[in-house]
Design a protein around this ligand. Structure first.
Ligand SMILES: *Cc1c(COP(=O)(O)O)cnc(C)c1O
Length: 239
C-alpha cells in the first residue's frame, strides 16, 4: 500500500504540474481549473489514498461500481461526479451519492433525476453532456446531446425541482470533423458555453479534457478536467 501511495503521489504531482503549466501558458490562474480524478475500475482503497493526498473530487462512470465505492468512502469529504451514460432505472441510486451528474443528455433523464433528487432530499448539480459529433436531433455514440439540443435540456434542468444547472461537459470526439482535433472541439464547447451563460449566468462549469488532452481543454477555457489514467495508471479493463 505504501508503494501504491507513492505511485499515486508521483502521478498526481505530474498531473498537477501539467495543469499548472497549461494554466500559465493560457494566462489563466491555477485556481480556475479543478482536477477531478476518475477512479473508475480502481478500488475504494485508492480513493482513500487519493483523499490522503489531497484529492477532493472524484468521478465514476458506472453506478454498479460507484455506489459501493461511494458507500465505503462516505466518511471522507469528497465531491462525487457521475460521468457515464445513465439509464433512468439507475437514477435513484446515483442521486443518493452523486453531487454532480455530468452526463445529462435527454429530457427523460432530467425528469427521472429530478424526481429522484426530490425524494432523496438532495440537489445535484447537472451538466449537459454535449456530443460535438452528433447531428441535430441525435445523440452521441458515447452519450451526449447534439449542440442544438443544449438549450432545451438546460431549460428543463433549470426548471426542475431538486436539480441545479451547472454547465456543460464533453468528451473530445474520436470520429467526425473534430477527430484528432481536441482543441478545436473544446473551443466549440466554449462557444456553446457562452451562449448557455447568456440565459443561465450561473451555469459556468465547463468539464472537458482527460489524461491525453487536458492541456487543450485548459487552453480552451475548461473549468474542470477529468483525469483517470494519468493518475491511477492504465485501466485493467475498458471502463
Ligand atoms: C474514463 C473517463 C475519463 C478519464 O479518462 P482518462 O483518459 O483515463 O484520463 C474522463 N471522462 C470520462 C467521461 C470518462 O469516462
Amino acid at each position: 500500500m505504501k508503494d501504491r501511495r507513492s505511485e499515486l503521489a508521483a502521478n498526481l504531482a505530474a498531473v498537477e504540474r501539467r495543469i499548472a503549466d497549461a494554466c500559465a501558458a493560457a494566462g489563466r490562474e491555477r485556481s480556475e481549473v479543478t482536477l477531478i480524478v476518475v477512479t473508475k475500475t480502481y478500488p475504494a482503497s485508492d480513493v482513500w489514498l487519493l483523499h490522503e493526498l489531497g484529492v477532493r473530487q472524484v468521478a465514476e462512470n458506472r453506478d454498479q461500481d460507484a455506489a459501493p465505492k461511494a458507500a465505503s468512502c462516505k466518511d471522507l469529504s469528497l465531491i462525487w461526479h457521475f460521468v457515464g451514460q445513465l439509464q433512468t432505472n439507475k437514477v435513484r441510486s446515483v442521486a443518493s451519492y452523486a453531487d454532480v451528474v455530468q452526463s445529462v443528455d435527454r429530457i427523460k433523464l432530467v425528469s427521472a433525476l429530478s424526481a429522484a433528487a426530490v425524494r432523496a432530499e438532495r440537489e445535484p448539480v447537472c451538466l449537459i453532456q454535449v456530443a460535438l459529433d452528433a447531428e441535430s436531433g441525435e445523440r452521441g455514440a458515447r452519450g451526449g446531446v447534439a449542440p442544438d439540443g443544449v438549450e432545451e435540456l438546460a431549460a428543463a434542468v433549470a426548471g426542475s425541482p431538486g436539480l441545479r444547472l451547472g454547465g456543460l461537459m464533453t468528451v473530445a470526439p474520436l470520429a467526425g470533423a473534430f477527430a484528432g482535433r481536441p482543441e478545436a472541439a473544446f473551443e466549440r464547447l466554449r462557444e456553446i458555453s457562452s451562449r448557455l451563460r447568456a440565459d443561465h449566468p450561473a451555469a459556468t462549469m465547463v468539464s472537458a479534457g482527460m489524461s491525453a488532452d487536458l492541456e487543450n481543454a485548459v487552453a480552451a477555457g475548461a473549468t474542470h478536467v477529468r483525469v483517470g489514467t494519468a493518475v491511477l495508471g492504465v485501466r485493467p479493463r475498458l471502463g
